[in-house]
Ligand binder design. Sequence first.
Ligand code: SAM
Ligand code: SF4
Length: 327
Amino acid sequence: MLTDNHGRPVTYLRLAVTDRCNLRCLYCMPAGGLDWVPKSELLSFEEILVLLRVASSLGITKLRLTGGEPFLRKDLMDLIRRIQKERLFPQVSITTNGTLTAPWVPELKSLGIHSVNLSADTLDAARFARMTRRAELAPVLETLDALLHVRLPARINAVIMEGKNEEDLLALAELSTRHPVGIRFIEEMPFNGSGGYQPIRWNWKVMLDKLREHFPTLEKIPDEPHSTSINFRIPGAPGTLGIIPAYTRSFCGTCNRIRITPKGMLKTCLYDEGVLDLHAMLRHGAGIAEIRSAIVQAIGHRPANGFEAETRRRNHEVGESMATIGG
Ligand code: SAM
Ligand code: SF4
């Protein structure tokens, strides 16, 4: 098993297959979108497969496909079919905004996908349109229905933003009393693609206080090993609630994850600026053994936490869009 220089096992890879997106969430990118990575610089289907085979051989057991919006990539389903055919990872999950996902849900279920995370910061159509700058709540809810219908484990990720969707904390939490879905509230991070991050009011503690005030019997449930969320249940509810201190970064001590960006940069911490250019290695003809040993070496230099990763940055401050990282 891969272990980093702080003794933490590394077993989880998040791969962003594209930076492109059909939504423009306020906390993720500016209204005009990003300077999209030229297609020629995105990892190709074959390059992704090579990197995934390497990851699998290094002992990664859990893969999450994310983006940008992964379902904008035309070859996404072919990629998933191939990953599952080769049985590369015991657990393959997807994070999606859900706008294009519903038609694929039955096949995702039959391919053995472990779970799907949907981003939905509100259940109110007008607020959804303001938060994402697109009026697309209906297809997201269709995806949720489809997931529940085929019993594919579903989670909803919601970023709570001051003055934007504060009321949705409780409305979304109530959804967990009606459906077997995990609702996870995420602290807003500076990865908004435009800079200008303000200190957040809605940190994990404020969210928890609000939930406790409204649901006084809220019960703590065990957190899975390496979980980034602190988890709860409203007694009797089929679903669960989680709070992710993504900006507070209190979970770094048990972090088991690495990331590959759409351009093929390896990140050993969400807050680093990319530590190894895997795409360049592939294009310069590096073999599997060379790529494997470069990854092992990078994991041997992992920062202890997100704060250390931030101070190690050379090129720019934290502020790139989450769509270029993979969330
Ligand atoms: N487009 C897909 C989606 O929205 O689920 C996958 C990619 S998105 C970058 C992955 C996750 O990152 C989403 O759950 C989104 O809410 C979260 N995210 C994006 N920007 C964020 C930010 N600035 N702070 C906290 N979470 C953020
Ligand atoms: Fe797109 Fe996801 Fe970013 Fe929203 S959070 S703009 S859906 S990549």
